[in-house]
Design a protein around this ligand. Sequence first.
Ligand code: PEP
Length: 253
Amino acid sequence: MRQTIIAANWKMHKTLEEGLELAVAIKAHLQSAPTTDKIAILCTPYIHLFHMVETFREVDHIHVGAQNCHQELQGAYTGEISPQQLSAMGVPYVILGHSERRQYFGEDEALLKAKVDQALAQELQPIFCCGEPLEVRETDGHKALVKKQVEEALFHLSAEQIGEIVIAYEPVWAIGTGKVASPEQAQEMHAHIRQLVADHYGTATADKLSILYGGSVKPNNAADIFQQPDVDGGLIGGASLKAEDFTAIYQAG
Ligand code: PEP
């Protein structure tokens, strides 16, 4: 049985104080939530991470993640954070390839492949994001683009390594727009991704892979999306900034 994951992406929101308040509120809401085969991962700005690790140290089903990391272990890369620094601090997850990193920071598959490798080498689990912009969907190129993104960044990995990866399908046209993919659209792409993994690594590996949907998930649409057989949870942006909304989404998973 694969794990259901409800991950939060706080992006560049919350001061240190505001972030800690939100973390405490989420902890209070989720502490007694059911945990069987379901976890939350809070991916916060770097400034919160040390405190987040401390806050959730004793809570088995709430984990912490970063939103990016550099591809080198250490060095003269002013302003960057390495996977080694994250891992040594006790951070177990990192988002890689978010569409905002691709769009605003020029991250491509070659760079993401290097980041994935370095993250895994440092025992960080990547939450690898893929997804198509609107114009690609409108010309029916979405499946081919996602295939390229996944294959080029991930398919050099061993079967054991791919077992450490979480994939998040996030159609770019649904991120922060309020325009959510239909449950059928999400299911179709998730099944496609799982099939790609099955073709390359075998069905047993593909069956264990958690594939999350991201893009305008809210308390009122989460259950319909999460009920799809190949949707194993979500990556939540805007709605993760309110403890009540994030909790409601977690409970829908
Ligand atoms: C995201 O940025 O990963 C995301 C899914 O954002 P939102 O939920 O706000 O669309």
